[in-house]
Design a protein around this ligand. Structure first.
Ligand code: T1G
Length: 694
C-alpha cells in the first residue's frame, strides 16, 4: 500500500500521507507524494492539489531513522518534490494539523499556500539535531517572517502555534477542519482566480537588511549556544539569503547542511534525540499495563522544592494541594511561588492570564486530611530517613487506595521508605531538580517492589508535566547524584595536585557545562555539602579519602556566594580569584605531601569527565540505570551536561572506553578503591566494544 492516499474531490486532488507515527518524509512517503503529484498534474479535471497528513499530524520532517541509509538517497528527494509543488501549474496547498516540522514545513513552504487548524504548530527544529533546515528552510522562512524572527525561530527550533504562524505570514488561513477547510479554501482561490507568488520570490523582507542585525544575532545566539555550531551556521545561511541571489544562497545552505551533517555534534544530538525517547521504554513491563490517571496532586512541604514541583503540575493544568505544618511556612512558600510566576510574567515568558490560572490551581493547606483524595502525593520534606518514614506511615493510613506515594528524596533508599507502608508497590521516588519548575529532569526511582503500574504512571506523568523522565534504581544517589560526587571529588583532587579553581571551571565551561563544578559549589553553598560529606566519610572504605579543601574553606568562613566568598571572592554576582583560596589549597597539598604541578586543559577535561563514565558503567552493572543512554538523558537535563556532546556515556565511548578504563586504574591508585574500574567497563575496554554490548 502506498504511504500516500490519492483521492479526487471535484476539481481538488487530496494527497494524504499515511506513514505513522509522524508521517516522516521516508523514501516511501516521498515516492507516494511524487506519484500523487504527477497523477494530479496528469488529470485534466484536477485544478488544485491539497497535501495533508493522516492520523494525528502533518509531516514531522525528514525520516531521521533513515539518515545515512540508502533509503535517504532514494529518488525523489525532498527537493524534487518541492520543485514539483513550487513550479506547479496547478494550485498547491499544504493543509496542516498536528505539527509541520523540519522538512515537513519546508515542503509546505514550497506549496503556493498554507492553511492550518488552530491547534497546529509549525517549526524548524533541525538545530536540535545539530543540523539546519537544508531544504530551503533558512531561505524561505525569513522571507515570510522577516530576518530577526526567522533567526529566532530557526536557531531555537521553537514550535509556533497556528495563530502566531498566521500573524507571521507562515500560514495564510486558519481553517476549522483540516481536510474540508483546505478543500473549501482551494475552491475559493480557484473561483476568485487568486494567484500566489512562490515564497522564494518574495524578497521584500530580506532586502536592505541592516548588517548590524546579524552581528547582534551572532552575539545573543552565540551566548545561548554554549559551543553548539549549528545555530551560528544558520545565521550565516540567513545572511546569505539577504545578500546573495536565491540560487546561490540555496546552494550555500545545501553545502552548510552537508558540513553540519558530517559533524560530531550532529551524531551526539541525534543520539540524544533517540535516548530521550528510549528512556521512556521500560523493559520487562507488560505492554498491557496502563498508567493510572493523575488528575490531582498533593505535595508535602512548601519549601523551594515543594513550591517548584507544585508549579510544574499547575503549569500543566493539574490541581495541586500543597501542605506545610505551619501557616507561616505555607505563606512563605506560596509567596515564593507567586513571586516566581511574577518574574515569568514580567519577562514576558508567561501571560498574566496563564499565571492567574496556574495560581488558582494551587491550594495551600495545613491539614493532612485535604490530601487524602489526591491521585498522587509527593513528599518534599526534610532529607532524613526518620522523618520520611513517619510521613509515609501517615500517608499509608490517609491516602485513598491506589494513590501513588512518591518521595522527592535525592539519595535515600526508596525500599526503606516504602517499608513504612502497607502498600510498598505504590511507593516510588520522584526526584525533581532545583529549580523544579525549570529543570527538565524527573528522575523516577523504583524500589525492588515498586509495581509496574506505579512505574508507568510516573513515567507518563513526567512527560505530561513537561519533564524528561528517566527511571533509576534505588542505590545511594540514584543515577545522577551518585555520579556527581566523582566529578566534584576529582575537581578537588585536581586542586590539590596543581590545578586552580579558575582553570577547572574554565575547562568545564569550555566543554559546554552550564557552570564549572567549583562555581556550582559556591552557588549551592558549601556548609550543607560539608555536613553531608561528614556523614558520607564516616562510611568510607579503608584507603579512601576526600580532599579536605571544602571543609577548610568552610572553616575559614568561605561557604560560597552567600558569605561573599568560597572558592572565589564575590562582589555582588561578579566573582574574582582569591589568593586566600590558593593558600588553603597549597596548605592541604603540603599537609598530604602532594607536589603540585601544572596541568594542561585537555588533561583537566579528561580527569573531570572520565570518573563519570566509570561510575555510570557501574550503575548499568548493578541495575541502577537501565542503559547508558538513560544516564546521558539524566546528565543533560539535570546537571547541565552539554547536549551537543550527547551525554557523559556517549562522550566516554567517543573518547575511548579503553582510555577511560586506564584512567580509572590510575584514579584507584591515587584516590582509593571506590574509583576502581567496574567489571563492565573492564570487559568493554578489553573487548574494544561500546555500550551496545553492555
Ligand atoms: N523521523 C522518524 N521518526 C520520528 C521523527 C522523525 N523525524 N520524529 C519522531 N519520530 C518518532 C520518534 O522516534 C518516536 O518513535 C515517535 O516518532 C513518536 O515521537 C531536510 C533534515 C514530532 C513533535 O526534528 O520533535 O527534516 O520512540 O515520542 O512527543 O531539513 O517526535 O515511538 O519508536 O517524540 O508526540 C526535523 C523530531 C527532521 C522532528 C512528536 N524534524 N520529532 O512528539 O512523540 S530533520 C524533527 C519531534 C529534517 C530537513 C531535515 C517529535 C514530535 P518511537 P515522540 P511526541
Amino acid at each position: 500500500m502506498s504511504a500516500v492516499a490519492y483521492e479526487v474531490d471535484g476539481e481538488v486532488a487530496v494527497l494524504t500521507v499515511n506513514y505513522p507515527p509522524v508521517n516522516a518524509l521516508s523514501a516511501a512517503t516521498r515516492t507516494g507524494l511524487g506519484e500523487g503529484i504527477e497523477r494530479a498534474q496528469a488529470d485534466e479535471a484536477v485544478k488544485a492539489i491539497v497535501i495533508l497528513g493522516g492520523g494525528k499530524t502533518f509531516i514531522a520532517g525528514a525520516d531521521i531513522t533513515e539518515f545515512g541509509t540508502e533509503k535517504s538517497k532514494a529518488k525523489p528527494q525532498l527537493k524534487d518534490l518541492q520543485k514539483m509543488l513550487e513550479n506547479s501549474p496547478k494550485l498547491t496547498i499544504a493543509a496542516i494539523h498536528g505539527t509541520a516540522l523540519g522538512g515537513g514545513l519546508e515542503l509546505a513552504l514550497t506549496a503556493h499556500s498554507r492553511v492550518a487548524v488552530a491547534s497546529a504548530k509549525v517549526g524548524l527544529p533541525e538545530v536540535n539535531l545539530g543540523i539546519l533546515p537544508g531544504a530551503g528552510g533558512t531561505q524561505r522562512l525569513p522571507r515570510l517572517t522577516g530576518v530577526e524572527v526567522g533567526i529566532d525561530l530557526i536557531t531555537s527550533g521553537k514550535h509556533v502555534p497556528a495563530a502566531k504562524a498566521l500573524d507571521l505570514g507562515v500560514v495564510d488561513a486558519i481553517v476549522d477542519d483540516v481536510r474540508t477547510g483546505a478543500i473549501a479554501y482551494a475552491r475559493e482561490a480557484l473561483a476568485s482566480g487568486k494567484t500566489f507568488v512562490p515564497v522564494i520570490e518574495r524578497n521584500e523582507k530580506i532586502t536592505n537588511v541592516d548588517p548590524a542585525v546579524f552581528a547582534e544575532a551572532r552575539k545573543t545566539v552565540g551566548k545561548k549556544a554554549r559551543g553548539k555550531i549549528a545555530p551560528m551556521v544558520i545565521i550565516d545561511c540567513i545572511e546569505a539569503a539577504c545578500t546573495r541571489p536565491a540560487v546561490e544562497a540555496l546552494a550555500f545552505e545545501a553545502e552548510k547542511f552537508q558540513e553540519l551533517y558530517a559533524s560530531d555534534q550532529r551524531g551526539a544530538l541525534m543520539h540524544y534525540f533517540f535516548a530521550e525517547r528510549q528512556a521512556r521504554k521500560i523493559p520487562g513491563i507488560p505492554a498491557d499495563i496502563q498508567p493510572k490517571p493523575i488528575n490531582s496532586c498533593a505535595i508535602i512541604g512548601a519549601g523551594t522544592m515543594g513550591g517548584g514541583i507544585a508549579m510544574s503540575f499547575a503549569n500543566a493544568g493539574i490541581p495541586v494541594t500543597i501542605l506545610d505544618l505551619s501557616q507561616e511556612a505555607l505563606d512563605r512558600g506560596m509567596g515564593v511561588v507567586t513571586k516566581n510566576y511574577g518574574i515569568s510574567v514580567s519577562r514576558g515568558s508567561m501571560s498574566q492570564d496563564k499565571m492567574d490560572k496556574a495560581l488558582s490551581l494551587i491550594t495551600p493547606t495545613t491539614n493532612y486530611d485535604d490530601l487524602a483524595q489526591c491521585d498522587i502525593v509527593i513528599e518534599a520534606a526534610l532529607e532524613r530517613m526518620d522523618v520520611k518514614k513517619e510521613i509515609f506511615a501517615r500517608l499509608d493510613k490517609l491516602m485513598k487506595p491506589g494513590a501513588i506515594l512518591a518521595t522527592n528524596t535525592s539519595y535515600l533508599s526508596i525500599d526503606e521508605i516504602a517499608s513504612a507502608t502497607t502498600r510498598p508497590g505504590d511507593v516510588v521516588g520522584c526526584h525533581f531538580f532545583s529549580p523544579a519548575n525549570v529543570m527538565k529532569l524527573l528522575e523516577n526511582v523504583r524500589s525492588a517492589v515498586t509495581s509496574p503500574e506505579t512505574i508507568v504512571t510516573v513515567m507518563e506523568m513526567g512527560k505530561r508535566i513537561g519533564k524528561v523522565p528517566v527511571l533509576a534504581g534505588s542505590t545511594e544517589g540514584f543515577i545522577g547524584n551518585r555520579m556527581l560526587q566523582y566529578y566534584t571529588g576529582e575537581a578537588e583532587f585536581l586542586l590539590e595536585q596543581g590545578a586552580t579553581p579558575e582553570q577547572i571551571d574554565r575547562v568545564a565551561t569550555r566543554f559546554g557545562m552550564a557552570m564549572g563544578p567549583l562555581s556550582m559549589r559556591d552557588m549551592a553553598g558549601m556548609d550543607m555539602a560539608a555536613v553531608s560529606r561528614k556523614e558520607r566519610s564516616a562510611n568510607m572504605p579503608a584507603g579512601e579519602r576526600l580532599s579536605p579543601i571544602l571543609e577548610r574553606l568552610v572553616a575559614a568562613g568561605r561557604c560560597g556566594q552567600k558569605t561573599g566568598k568560597g572558592y572565589y571572592r564575590y562582589e555582588g554576582r561578579e566573582k574574582f580569584s582569591d589568593p586566600e583560596t590558593m593558600e588553603i589549597i597549597e596548605g592541604v597539598a603540603k599537609e598530604f605531601g602532594i607536589t603540585r604541578r601544572e596541568f594542561t586543559d585537555d588533561e583537566v577535561e579528561a580527569r573531570l569527565f572520565a570518573p563519570l563514565v566509570n561510575e555510570g558503567a557501574k550503575e548499568i552493572e548493578d541495575g541502577t540505570a537501565i542503559r547508558a543512554s538513560d544516564i546521558d538523558v539524566t546528565w543533560v537535563n539535570g546537571y547541565g551536561f552539554p547536549v551537543h556532546r550527547g551525554g557523559p556515556m556517549y562522550w566516554g565511548e567517543k573518547y575511548g572506553l579503553d582510555k577511560i578504563y586506564a584512567m580509572a586504574l590510575e584514579a584507584e591508585k591515587r584516590n582509593g578503591p571506590r574509583w576502581a574500574p567496574g567489571k563492565l567497563l573492564e570487559r568493554l575496554a578489553k573487548e574494544g566494544k561500546g555500550w551496545d554490548a553492555a
